[in-house]
Design a protein around this ligand. Structure first.
Ligand code: PRX
Length: 635
């Protein structure tokens, strides 16, 4: 019998040891007993981090949607699979049962086929948090098309870059989306993006806000009439274990976004197993992750992980502040949510509103609280614990990444004693280590270094779409034979991990990963700008916010600086998206550079953090004189 459900600490240690000693045997047992295969594997694992090449369950054949839907029909056909809570509470929730999901996914998959989508084709999904988003993902998986979901808050430029990078031939979208009291013209953004995407043949448009939009003849098609005509039966495509399931873009510290490629079998096994244990999911629970499916959190822990366990998963279309800041708690009460998974930035924003809006609601159904996406500070942790969990629901501070596919370091609720701001212990099968700057592993406890993983786990991303070399350089070159996460971490006296933050040029704003390069590129497009550098600084709601140092071409620039700030932020909003707007913009006469011309972000970061006591040796800079000027004018 495999250890599918861990119930106490001793069992955790025992299973963990087994998973590390005999990883292949361990994962084989889990895969064998808890999933539906068309054919079993020939080999559990093959790996080489130097190439890098990682293959799990080679030779196996399956379809992930048969695991997420079909196999539940006999026992859970009438159970709610997806519970859709709309932006406007008065519209009322929609319960989609496993049987209805089966029919809707089949219909959608038949439409995709009819429109010429084939196994291996890439389909871009730019859809807000409405049921069609989850259904279109599953429909792609059912026919073996590779989905590439782009968060429906991204700009036309960001969307176009992603469509072109993975050469999508189809885009699925909606006429528009609701966001609190606002509506967003999604189809307009798609139209603008497609001006620079020649290979897109078809755009399927779901109706959500009933707005008046342009439909380009021959290219754009309303989804509903096609679904109405389609059959609700379809045999799922038989996929190989290592066939790509999806591409999801994440920001890098330089250059264009990285299309992380996740494959089928390992991703399925790991997301399902982590979901079961990290949330202590039990039959009858109503689980809610507030993330958008446009991020990895939504892929793994709104769609695939929960559905593979036959769970009821909530999809929320709206925002925490609409109609008021009590909305999350209203939903918890209304649907008797048992597991609630959100981001520190949301917790901080809600904590600011005071507890009256929490106390109005009955939150007694909650058993587990989760946090993900960025370090959770002590104050937010306690607010969450005291006011939402009432000290009764353990908080799982779960650390992981788009690249890891699933949760990597986390307490297991009711199993691992929690500690504020600590992600605590590695999940089953995960072998983290901390490395110093010379590439040596830091052994023992009470050490701090760069967080790496020594051994493959089933849901590690296999490559970067179209750029395996970049995959190798980014993750496997910094430390010999190890996956490098890009994060710093410390290990305390009992072996608990605390993530201290990124050690590269990725800044996490409100839980969203932002690379500095694309933002700087957008700023530099402004005709008045000569050069720019972006750093993060602490922000009480967003965690980190963006501080831009910008040098103008004409130093005596007579233009109004406030107007320039507005124009620059507009450019960023257009090119990258509104989440990347700068909170502070300081115009400078120069940026500190090394003799080789590299901007010294470290110094700029310290100034933005108002910590100028120890800037290190600046005498070796090309232009040390600019540092004092920047300090004097800092915002
Ligand atoms: O820096 C870490 C931070 O988010 C990064 C990954 O971002 P992304 O790929 O967008 O995935 C986010 C959701 C899984 C990590 O490298 N991060 C994520 N979770 C935590 C965290 N930092 C501290 N504590 C966490 N629990």
């Amino acid at each position: 019998m495999s250890n599918y459900h861990i119930k106490h600490l001793e069992e955790y240690y025992q299973v963990y040891r087994k998973s590390v000693r005999e990883p292949e045997h361990f994962w084989e047992e889990i895969a064998e007993e808890h999933f539906l295969w068309r054919k079993k594997w020939d080999k559990v694992l093959e790996w080489d981090f130097t190439k890098p090449e990682i293959k799990w369950f080679e030779g196996a054949k399956l379809n992930i949607t048969e695991n997420c839907i079909d196999r539940h029909l006999a026992t859970r056909g009438d159970k709610t699979a997806i519970l859709f809570e709309p932006n406007n509470p008065e519209e009322g929730a929609e319960h989609i049962t496993y049987r209805q999901l089966y029919h809707r996914v089949n219909k959608f998959a038949n439409v995709l086929k009819e429109q010429g989508v084939k196994k291996g084709d890439r389909v871009c999904i730019y859809v807000p948090m409405i049921p069609e988003l989850a259904i279109s993902i599953l429909a792609c998986a059912r026919i073996g098309a590779i989905h590439s979901v782009v968060f429906a808050g991204f700009s036309a430029t960001a969307l176009a870059t992603r469509i072109n990078d993975s050469d999508c031939k189809m885009v699925i979208t909606s006429d528009g989306s609701y966001r609190g009291a606002k509506t967003i013209d999604l189809k307009g953004i798609v139209d603008e993006a497609l001006e620079s995407c020649d290979n897109v043949e078809t755009v399927l448009v779901a109706k959500r806000i009933n707005s008046n939009i342009n439909m380009k003849e021959g290219r754009d098609k309303w989804l509903q009439p096609l679904l109405d005509k389609a059959s609700d039966q379809l045999k799922a495509e038989v996929m190989n274990a290592e066939d790509p399931l999806f591409i999801l873009y994440t920001s890098g510290s330089t250059g264009k976004p990285k299309g992380m490629v996740h494959t089928t079998a390992g991703y399925m096994v790991y997301t399902a197993y982590t979901f079961k244990n990290a949330f202590q999911y039990r039959e009858g629970d109503v689980y809610w992750c507030t993330a958008d499916i446009g991020w990895i959190t939504g892929h793994s822990y709104i769609v695939y992980g929960p559905l593979a366990n036959g769970a009821t998963t909530v999809m929320f279309e709206g925002v925490p502040s609409y109609p008021d800041f009590g909305r999350f708690w209203d939903i918890v009460e209304k649907h008797k949510i048992t597991q609630f998974y959100t981001a520190p930035t949301a917790i901080r924003a809600l904590a600011k509103q005071g507890v009256e809006l929490v106390e109005k609601y009955n939150l007694s159904s909650l058993k587990v609280l989760g946090s993900v996406g960025e370090p959770i500070n002590e104050e937010a942790w306690h607010w969450y614990n005291d006011n939402i969990g009432k000290g009764q629901s353990p908080i799982i501070d779960s650390w992981w990444q788009t690249e890891t596919g699933g949760i990597m370091i986390t307490p297991i609720p009711y199993v691992t004693p929690t500690k504020p701001t600590y992600a605590t212990l590695p999940f089953i099968g995960i072998q983290p280590c901390l490395m110093d700057e010379n590439g040596e592993e830091l052994k023992g406890n009470q050490v701090e270094g760069r967080l790496c993983i020594k051994y493959p786990w089933p849901s590690i991303a296999r490559t970067i779409w179209g750029n395996h070399q970049r995959y190798k350089e980014t993750y496997f070159s910094a430390f010999n034979n190890k996956y490098f996460t890009g994060d710093g971490a410390l290990r305390d006296e009992v072996g608990y991990y605390r993530i201290t933050g990124r050690v590269d040029d990725v800044i996490i704003v409100s839980g969203h990963n932002l690379g500095t390069a694309p933002i700087e590129d957008a700023i530099n497009e402004h005709p008045a700008v000569s050069e720019s550098a972006i750093v993060g600084f602490p922000h009480d709601v967003k965690g980190s916010a963006l501080y831009g140092y910008i040098t103008l071409k004409d130093v005596g620039e007579s233009r109004n600086h406030d107007n320039l700030r507005i124009e620059i932020n507009q450019l960023i909003s257009d090119r990258v998206g509104p989440i990347a707007k700068l909170d502070k913009i300081q115009f400078t006469n120069g940026l500190p550079k090394t003799r080789s011309g590299k901007i010294m972000r470290r110094i700029l970061r310290k100034i933005a953090e108002k910590d100028t006591s120890n800037l290190g040796d600046i005498s070796t800079l090309l232009n040390p004189e600019c540092v004092q000027e920047i300090i004097d004018n800092a915002l």
